[in-house]
Design a binder for this molecule. Structure first.
Ligand code: SF4
Ligand code: SF4
Length: 384
């Protein structure tokens, strides 16, 4: 794609990055078939290629309208288009740059609404008040004593997970203790920065990101071997920390170290002897979050682990498509999110499973709102 970016208001390094990404798109349109929003509306502006054109117009000619914001806001940032694209277009990074530019052009009421949502979701005392109104999984088993001394790991607690789905971190701690690991947990306050980042509050996201990097590097230097994430959305954000800094920034190398030592719990378990874990006889349907399969580029990771453990997974049609949760998307685009959730639940329920499992708290809560089937984090299956 021929480009000549001229708009002011973004840093030179970002302009160069955007230019290089825009040039890599050859307009082939392969990505349209796997874009969930294009599938729903059939509108080119709701497709990856259409959005790339919209971002190009904003960056190149400062051309935008209400429609530009509308169609960029309807993008889930699921990154299914990245998985499909034969040219390796880094759509997610381009969308971040484009959104940063249009953020300043939003009407005041939109800015106020987005800031309120950010503050609500990243303030633990407010999240605590909302907990009883959200379907959640209480702690279900007693704590397990650490069985041996295989190593020390840092478990990313997450900012909303300890409140809304506390059994996820509890089950993870029990499984790791059974396998002989000592667990150090982050505190509730340590949000990964994803909520701010995805709502284009990059400055506030960077404050959280730098604080996390400094704290976690100190822990890594004092004997922690691995940083473990149980929410694939947070895991993706941490693995993407290096993309938030320019190569000359002192935090760039630090971010690379943190990202390199961060693993999803499934990645970590695949390297372990799992013979001490017991498997329940349940028919399960697994929902693969976009943040794991498209963002972290780990397709079939959990499916492979669960099958290795002896679980029989039901086949799921269109497993590459987003469930509509997508961070705060379901709050801002409720109709589109509901349609995607209903389609996903139809596909997950087709083989009449006993329960649905997933790897991300956002998907778990979003799916649970539309079904009577239990929806859990898959790690809970291994704590029995
Ligand atoms: S598949 Fe890739 S190269 Fe083709 S239109 Fe989509 S983003 Fe551009
Ligand atoms: S990130 Fe997802 S919703 Fe957005 S353009 Fe790509 S495939 Fe479509």
């Amino acid at each position: 794609m021929h480009t000549k970016l001229s708009v002011t208001g973004i840093k030179t390094a970002q302009t160069q990055k955007a230019e290089s990404i825009l040039r890599s798109c050859v307009h082939c349109g392969f990505c349209l078939s796997t874009c969930p929003t294009y599938q729903l509306t059939g509108n080119e502006s709701d497709s990856p290629r259409g959005r790339i054109y919209l971002i190009k117009s904003v960056l190149e000619n400062n051309e935008f309208s209400k429609n530009t914001i509308h169609h960029l806001d309807r993008c889930l940032t699921c990154r299914a288009c990245e998985t499909t694209c034969p040219s390796g277009v880094k759509y997610g990074e381009l969308a971040d740059i484009g959104r940063k530019v249009i953020e300043g052009k939003r009407p005041l009421w939109q800015k106020a609404l987005r800031m309120s949502v950010r503050k609500l979701l990243t303030t633990p005392s407010i999240v605590n008040i909302g907990a009883p109104f959200v379907k959640h999984a209480p702690i279900q088993t007693p704590s397990v004593q650490q069985n041996g001394t295989k190593g020390r790991v840092l478990l990313l607690s997450g900012c909303v997970q300890p409140v809304f789905t506390p059994n996820t971190n509890h089950a993870t701690t029990n499984v790791l203790a059974t396998l002989g690991y000592e667990i150090v947990e982050t505190t509730e306050k340590e949000c990964c920065g994803a909520v701010d980042h995805h709502l284009s509050a990059q400055g506030e996201a960077l404050i959280k990101v730098k604080r996390n990097i400094d704290q976690w590097l100190t822990m890594l230097k004092s004997g922690v071997d691995t940083i473990i994430s149980t929410a694939s959305g947070c895991g993706l954000m941490v693995k993407d920390y290096p993309t938030l800094f320019e190569a000359g920034d002192v935090y760039y190398q630090k971010a690379l170290s943190v990202a390199a030592q961060t693993k999803d719990i499934a990645e970590f378990l695949l390297e372990q002897d799992l013979s001490l874990l017991t498997v329940a006889n349940e028919k399960i349907s697994y929902h693969a979050p976009c943040s794991l399969q498209h963002g972290q580029k780990l397709p079939n990771l959990v499916e492979g682990l669960l099958e290795k453990l002896g679980y029989e997974l039901t086949p799921v049609i269109d497993s590459h498509l987003c469930c509509g949760s997508a961070g705060t998307y379901s709050l801002f685009q409720p109709e589109m999110a509901r349609q995607l959730r209903d389609n996903k639940l139809n596909n997950l329920s087709r083989s009449q499973p006993d329960l649905i499992v997933t790897s991300n708290i956002g998907c778990q809560i979003h799916l649970a709102k539309g079904t009577k089937l239990p929806v859990k984090h898959w790690i809970e299956l291994l704590d029995n």
